[in-house]
Design a protein. Sequence first.
Length: 344
Amino acid sequence: MPSQSNNKKGILLVNLGSPKSTDVKDVKDYLDEFLMDEKVIDYRWIFRALLVQGIILKTRPKKSAEAYKTVWTDEGSPLIVISKHLQQRLQEIVDVPVGLGMRYAEPSIQTGIQELVDKGITEITLVPLYPQYAMSTTETVIDKAEEVRLKFFPDIKINYVQPFYNREIYIDALAKSIGEKLPADYDLLQFSYHGVPERHIYKTDPTKTCSMDNCCQKDDNPSHKYCYRHQCYKVTELVREKLGLPKEKVLVTFQSRLGKDKWMEPYTDATLEGLGKKGIKKLAIVCPAFVSDCLETLEEISVEGKEIFLHGGGERFDYIPCLNEDANWVNVVKILSEEKLSQF
């Protein structure tokens, strides 16, 4: 039971979201909401609508539905199932109610807030389940939550957990998880992060000091608070140092690009294609932009990526799962949440 001092406080975990089924119509509805978000495809509305509703949604839902079928479980979407398990594990170790919402589809952010409000909660710590900051992840979650709050719940307060990519507790949990699963005889450990268009990096930098390649490896550039690319490289370096891995055995790439715009490089698929020819026969790969396994990890990387690597001359491909409901990760979420709860 919540203590008297915490009886108005609650935690809301927010993840990306998923179609409610593998039916083509459900996948189309999900992709429509996702891709029409101006933080994801940042064109003017008319051009975004022409691209998404006039082109992408004509063909992609059927292909995506087939991909979702390869990862769907008896309980449903892996991302939703894992997120619910995380919610349950967290609830077991905190003394305030824990809710769950998704940026796209159901349970929505509005649904998650409503469930907490129905329990008498007036002060919510919202945890975007993204280690790094990007306009298409953390920013759109906060924007949507504020829109919902102002429209439906003007009397509640929300504190937001900020990106935790460089927090020692997170790095410790991630490094331990990777270290436990990394084969002793690996040739290369590849960190594959979800990509974003390069223009997003500049667009989300209010300091206007980002120069992409020239500043990402530094520790003192003011843009780093908002720079997704820097934060990806920082996670990699901190984990590499924590595990004591040689620099030459660690590689960063970016996956899941969409359309013809220039996205962050190097690309994961193109890199996987050429590793075998460079003598990399035993590859381990991890996807730290995600905390929950989903279509982009279970199908794009551990199925398609494996096929690309083996076809290109690789011999062994080891996908290292996301943190999912790992006990150390659950404790990280607890600490991050309680820090914000204490600030009300």
